[in-house]
Design a protein around this ligand. Sequence first.
Ligand code: TXA
Ligand code: MG
Length: 312
Amino acid sequence: MHLISLEEASSLLVSQNIVAIPTETVYGLAANAVSNEAVAKIYALKGRPHFNPLIVHVPDLEAAEHYVVFSELAHQIARHFWPGPLTLILPLKKETPISKLVTNNLPTLGIRVPNHPLALALLKATKLPLAAPSANRSGKISPTLPEHVSLSFRKASPPILEGGKSVLGLESTILDLSHETPRLLRPGFITPKDLASFLPNLTLQKISDIIAPGQLESHYAPRHKIRLNAEWVLEGEGLLAFGPKVLPTSGPILNLSPQGDLGEAASNFFEALHKLDQMELKGIAAMTIPNEGIGIAINDRLNRAAFNKTLS
Ligand code: TXA
Ligand code: MG
């Protein structure tokens, strides 16, 4: 694992290289968002399809205003939730320096201010907007620790700015404010309830309704087949448990939260999937996670992790 300092990360980014950086949600694979050369390296390393646009990270609201157009409502929401785990999709400014590779030529941009001291220090040091998708190979499990980044990319692993465990553990909520009707594109820590005083009628878009690319049904895929809402554990399966009443099994158990706390479960979710993925198993039995609050975001990730394996 190639760990680097803030100074090294900053000079690599300024010279159009990519660096894995910590954020409060997951580790990101960062590059200078105004450089085609740098952004192309993200797509190449991740094996990410070019039609799937990237989100851009900035140090504050003022910096965001250089790139996108804020309505009064968007302003209020940004002021309330930034820095934090909320990505806003907003109309791009006409004369934008942001690379067309970031947006895949869309007239909109996904943008957020991360709430992590090192990410903010890096954004201030480089004075660059940083494009950063999650630092994993496209379609695989998201990283919440430096070792998840190096496991995902192996020999091709980028240098990593070490920032401990991503405390929230799930990617940011994505709120699209670029259309007349606001749309929630990805559930996360900021829930419709949190947004209710700004947007009383917000509901999650069903994946099939989404025209925007990237909200793919199969994602976060582990090697093993996942059995959702398991009520028992089969021979050879590992158990992804939740809460105090764990299903009986002689196999390995990873309990997302023995006390049944959904925030703790979210924080441990990708790490538990990574651990189960390292084990020789016949499959993963996943206990039911309550579909409320942050549980909705956990179930979104769990369903997509299970998706392609349940088809075959
Ligand atoms: O928490 C996060 O958001 C993390 C950390 C690193 O900040 N980043 C992250 O990026 O999850 P990524 O690329 O894995 O997910 C961004 C999602 C993709 O599904 C992409 O399709 C969507 O945002 N997206 C980006 N720009 C968009 C746009 N203009 N319209 C609609 N969706 C967009
Ligand atoms: Mg991702």
